[in-house]
Design a protein around this ligand. Structure first.
Ligand SMILES: *[C@@H]1O[C@H](CO)[C@@H](O)[C@H](O)[C@H]1NC(C)=O
Ligand SMILES: *[C@@H]1O[C@H](CO)[C@@H](O)[C@H](O)[C@H]1NC(C)=O
Ligand SMILES: *[C@@H]1O[C@H](CO)[C@@H](O)[C@H](O)[C@H]1NC(C)=O
Ligand SMILES: *[C@@H]1O[C@H](CO)[C@@H](O)[C@H](O)[C@H]1NC(C)=O
Ligand SMILES: *[C@@H]1O[C@H](CO)[C@@H](O)[C@H](O)[C@H]1NC(C)=O
Length: 952
């Protein structure tokens, strides 16, 4: 028996070796090796760089010339035909030829060209030649154009990957048609292919699919819920399709899903209990969607879950206690929802967590000391919740922490810097908006990797001593504290080379140590010391600074010309100080300046010229100085200008018609100067297309109302959707990488004077439109076309010499909140149609020669008599004199001539009858005077970014 077995075994081994010899002798076919060589000849490879291993380098006809032995080539052992070609990550660089010889390798079953760069050339037509193809991978290889339809004839295909060809994406006009015959697919990845269509319902028949990747495809419509029933689907990736709506299946999921990515889609509805049945789920990312309701406690059954991201949905309720069973979880984001409750204790069992982000919710209670169980934790973000109490000392035992983000909580306590220094990997510490201080202790260990230190609004009264020991600090945020006195030099002891951003604004700082105003920070890009009590000459910032704000202090003296050597300056705000002298002419030549704010100082002399081709200014605010002369015509070089405020100076000039060529100009304020002369009658074309706010009040302009100018204000003619969150701003992406990541926004602020009370707008909504031409010498009629400026919110024409009647077309300005026509010579009646202006809060026609009944109804019933006094013959409520019919009800408008030219006898009666009754009391109503306030603020999105998933 044993002998027989041995014999059989030996003969088997012999046969096997025989075969092997035979196979080794099968060389590749000459036509195929020359096709491959031709491909190699016509493509380049990147040399050097990261690319060290192009497989085609081994290809050569010298030696054996057997293509079956070349890198990336696999032949059939029997026929010697090339059946697989894997040139992935082969450093190929160059156009793919439309008649590439690769398409002659008709025995190919597998072709992989992923991770190369084919220069955004199209995928060649002719894949249908390769009728045996089962695997085709052209992902991440810089193809562009339309996917050739003949790929859809490859009915043997099991895996098709055309994903990640971004830059100039591939597109596929009819996906349904394309996949129609590819029903054998197990893997389909078209991520980043431009589909711009709904998902074809036929996908639900693809029962072999295990992997479906359609992220960032511009999908729209409804996601077919049947896809969640595909019996083999393990990976579903449809993220980044913001117009793709969908919901989770309630009753059951048929698919054995392991990875489910739906982030940044329009999925809505609740997370159903049935999600707990996805027992194989490893990763679930539905961040940035619209899921609502509460988290089902069945999620605790997802025992394989390692990553769960529900960031930014509308989830509410408590974090279920069952989450304690998600013991494999290593990354958890629940941030930016409406979660509430006091359930942090349940989280603390998840000992594998490296990231825990539950910021921006309404979680309450204190920080549990058992947090120390989370030994692996690298990122802890609890910012913006209703948490309160003390910082538990056990927190400092989390030795792996890199980011500790506890901003905007109600924490209090005294922190010992030695505890901070225990966290050797800590790079970001966010404690803004808490009530903390730092113990004055001897600091023994001073090595720290801290890069970002955010201590805004912490109630600090002095500079924390440990800052001087940090040696890698990049961002130092200390704004809005109560730090008083001197800015010390020891703070920069160790981080002088690394500091990029320093914000000391809104404190009680009075001066610099030893009056040394030059900060020794050679790499600083952003410096904000605004809103302090600094009483010194203007400190010139370090020479790489891009953003410099030292507004709202008590600076005195002149601007040193050396400030112009800070050539990277992009935003310069010196407003609200006591600086004097002339504005140095060199300021007009700083290369990248986008914002120049010198408002509320004591500058005199001329406004400097701005050099052609160099002006990048978007905002110029020089208001409330003593500037004189004319407006330099060179400001017309500032083609990006959006905001120009020269109000409250002594400028003596005619209207700056040349502003009309600045296409982005949104705000022009020339109020309270000595501008003079007519505006209407200008011969050239006027183009104030983008204008939102025009304030020419308190000057000596004369002639007719500038109807040609008003007619060109196209932005005022369109009523835009009420987007409360949009504010007029300069959005600035600076050149330095860090600051551009932060993103700086400067919003315009404004004060409107209404009835002697100021109404401050910290930000100006982009929809606010206003015109103030008051206190000038304009004469003539209000043009009928005023009714085209439909989106106006404020119109002030008071204190002029305007005549004629009030045009009924004013009733078209349906957004109007404030209308002042007082102190003119208007005649006729108040058009009854104005009663339809439902937003009108302020109305004044006093001191004219109007007559007739005051309109009734809606807003008109709320105006006091001061709105109407000192007219020839207005009657009815709120004035004491009644109209003839004995009650205040208006006669139907049709019986009136609003023109004021021909008066009906009826009108005349009114006039005569009321002529003697017009003695009223004068209540001064000052309305209008649009004042653009310099109290603008810097908006630093930084702390918000820190609060929300810094590392995402
Ligand atoms: C390869 O590089 C050369 C030299 O840069 C260039 O002329 C040629 O067009 C490139 N070939 C391809 C296929 O892109
Ligand atoms: C490919 O087509 C070009 C013209 O389009 C032609 O010059 C070239 O010879 C063709 N190459 C092959 C290998 O057929
Ligand atoms: C699918 O294959 C059949 C048979 O080969 C063919 O007639 C039909 O046109 C194909 N459909 C599509 C959409 O390509
Ligand atoms: C998002 O989904 C909601 C509810 O299904 C729908 O009303 C809305 O139109 C969708 N939005 C987009 C952009 O598809
Ligand atoms: C956690 O899992 C265990 C064992 O499967 C189970 O007994 C327990 O009820 C679960 N806990 C919660 C809170 O769901």
């Amino acid at each position: 028996m044993a002998a027989l077995s041995l014999y059989l075994l030996l003969s088997w081994v012999f046969l096997l070796s025989l075969f092997r010899t035979r196979f080794a002798e099968v060389l590749c076919h000459e036509d195929e090796s020359s096709d491959l060589m031709e491909f190699k000849r016509r493509i380049n490879t990147t040399d050097g760089g990261q690319c060290i291993n192009s497989k085609v380098h081994s290809w050569s006809l010298n030696g054996s010339g057997d293509c079956c032995s070349w890198d990336g080539v696999e032949c059939d052992e029997v026929t010697g035909r090339v059946i697989a070609l894997d040139l992935s990550s082969s450093c190929l660089l160059g156009n793919m030829s439309p008649n590439t010889t690769l398409l002659r390798l008709v025995h190919l079953e597998s072709l992989n060209l992923a991770f190369n760069s084919f220069n955004f050339s199209p995928i060649p037509y002719g894949f249908s030649n390769l009728s045996k193809l089962q695997y085709l991978n052209l992902s991440s290889s810089d193809f562009s154009g339309e996917i050739p339809h003949d790929i859809s004839h490859l009915s043997e295909l099991i895996s098709l990957d055309l994903s990640n060809n971004w830059g100039e994406p591939l597109h596929l006009p009819n996906m349904g048609n394309f996949i129609h015959n590819l029903t054998g697919l197990k893997k389909l990845d078209l991520s980043y292919v431009n589909l711009s269509s709904p998902l074809p319902p036929i996908l639900a028949n693809f029962s072999s699919l295990t992997f479906l990747g359609l992220s960032y495809c511009g999908l729209n419509g409804e996601f077919p819920v049947s896809i969640f029933q595909l019996p083999n689907l393990e990976v579903l990736h449809v993220a980044g399709n913001s117009n793709l709506s969908g919901f989770f299946p309630k009753p059951h999921w048929g698919s054995p899903l392991k990875y489910l990515y739906l982030y940044s889609t329009n999925f809505t509805g609740e997370i159903p209990t049935s999600i707990g049945n996805l027992s194989l789920l490893n990763e679930l990312d539905t961040s940035n969607c619209y899921f609502s309701g509460s988290l089902p406690s069945s999620m605790g059954n997802l025992s394989h879950l390692t990553m769960l991201n529900l960031y930014r949905n509308n989830l509410q309720g408590q974090i279920p206690v069952s989450f304690a069973n998600l013991t494999q979880l290593s990354r958890l984001w629940l941030s930016s929802n409406n979660l509430s409750g006091d359930t942090l204790e349940g989280v603390v069992n998840l000992t594998k967590l490296t990231i825990l982000d539950i910021s921006d919710n309404r979680l309450s209670g204190g920080l549990p000391s058992s947090f120390e169980n989370l030994k692996q934790l690298e990122i802890l973000n609890l910012s913006v919740n209703d948490l309160h109490g003390d910082i538990p000392s056990t927190l400092w035992n989390l030795k792996n922490l890199k980011n500790l983000l506890l901003g905007s909580l109600n924490l209090n306590g005294i922190i010992d810097a030695n505890d901070l220094f225990k966290l050797k990997n800590l790079t970001a510490l966010q404690l803004s908006h808490n009530n903390i201080s730092f113990a004055k202790t001897f600091i023994n260990d001073t090595s720290s990797k801290l890069v970002n230190l955010l201590l805004k609004s912490c109630n600090l009264t002095e500079f924390p001593q440990f800052i001087g020991y940090l040696s890698e600090l990049v961002v130092l945020e200390l704004a809005h504290n109560k730090i008083r006195g001197t800015i010390p030099r020891w703070m920069w002891n160790n981080s002088r080379e690394s500091l990029y951003l320093v914000d000391l604004s809104d404190n009680l700082l009075t001066n610099f140590e030893n009056n040394q105003t030059n900060l020794p920070l050679p790499n600083l890009r952003y410096l904000d010391i605004s809103s302090n009590l600094l009483e010194t000459i203007l400190p010139v910032p370090p020479h790489l600074v891009e953003v410099y704000n030292i507004s709202n202090n008590f600076l005195f003296g002149e601007i040193p010309t050396s400030i112009c050597e800070v050539s990277s300056l992009s935003m310069l705000d010196l407003s609200n100080n006591a600086l004097n002298g002339k504005i140095p002419p060199c300021l007009g030549s700083i290369g990248h300046l986008t914002l120049l704010n010198l408002a509320r100082n004591k500058f005199h002399g001329m406004i400097p010229h701005v050099y052609p081709n160099r002006c990048t200014l978007k905002m110029i605010d020089l208001k409330e100085n003593q500037l004189s002369g004319i407006v330099p015509r060179s400001l017309g070089n500032c083609r990006m200008l959006e905001y120009l405020n020269l109000g409250d100076n002594q400028i003596n000039d005619t209207f700056s018609f040349w502003l009309s060529k600045l296409a982005y100009l949104k705000v022009i304020v020339l109020q309270s100067n000595n501008f003079h002369g007519p505006i209407e009658g200008h011969l050239g074309q006027l183009n104030f297309t983008s204008l939102h706010i025009l304030d020419l009040s308190n000057n000596s302009f004369n002639g007719k109302l500038p109807s040609k100018l008003l007619q060109s204000c196209h932005a005022m003619k369109v009523i835009n959707g009420q987007d409360e969150l949009a504010y007029m701003s300069i959005f600035q992406l600076t050149t330095s990488p860090l600051l551009s990541d932060i993103g700086l926004e400067r919003t315009y602020a404004m004060t409107l004077m209404n009835k002697g009370t100021e109404r401050k707008y910290e930000k100006i909504s982009t929809i606010l439109m206003a015109i103030d031409l008051s206190h000038n010498k304009f004469e003539g009629f209000i043009p009928e076309l005023i009714g085209d400026l439909k989106s106006l919110h404020m119109l002030n024409l008071s204190h002029n010499f305007l005549t004629g009647s009030i045009p009924p077309s004013l009733a078209n300005l349906t957004m109007l909140e404030s209308l002042d026509l007082s102190l003119n010579n208007f005649v006729g009646e108040i058009p009854q149609q104005l009663a339809n202006l439902t937003f009108l809060e302020v109305f004044n026609v006093s001191h004219n020669q109007l007559w007739g009944p005051i309109p009734r109804g809606t807003q008109f019933d709320t105006f006091g008599s001061s709105s109407f006094v000192m007219n020839e013959g207005l009657c009815g409520s709120p004035l004491p004199n009644k109209c003839t019919n004995g009650d205040n009800a208006s006669p139907p408008p049709s019986s009136f001539k609003v023109d004021g030219e021909e008066e009906s006898p009826f009108d005349l009666d009114w006039k005569i009858m009321l002529a003697g009754a017009g003695v009223g009391f004068l209540v001064g109503v000052v309305l209008g005077n649009l004042i653009i306030d310099e109290k603008s603020r810097w908006f630093l999105h930084f702390s918000r970014r820190m609060a929300k998933g810094w590392n995402r």
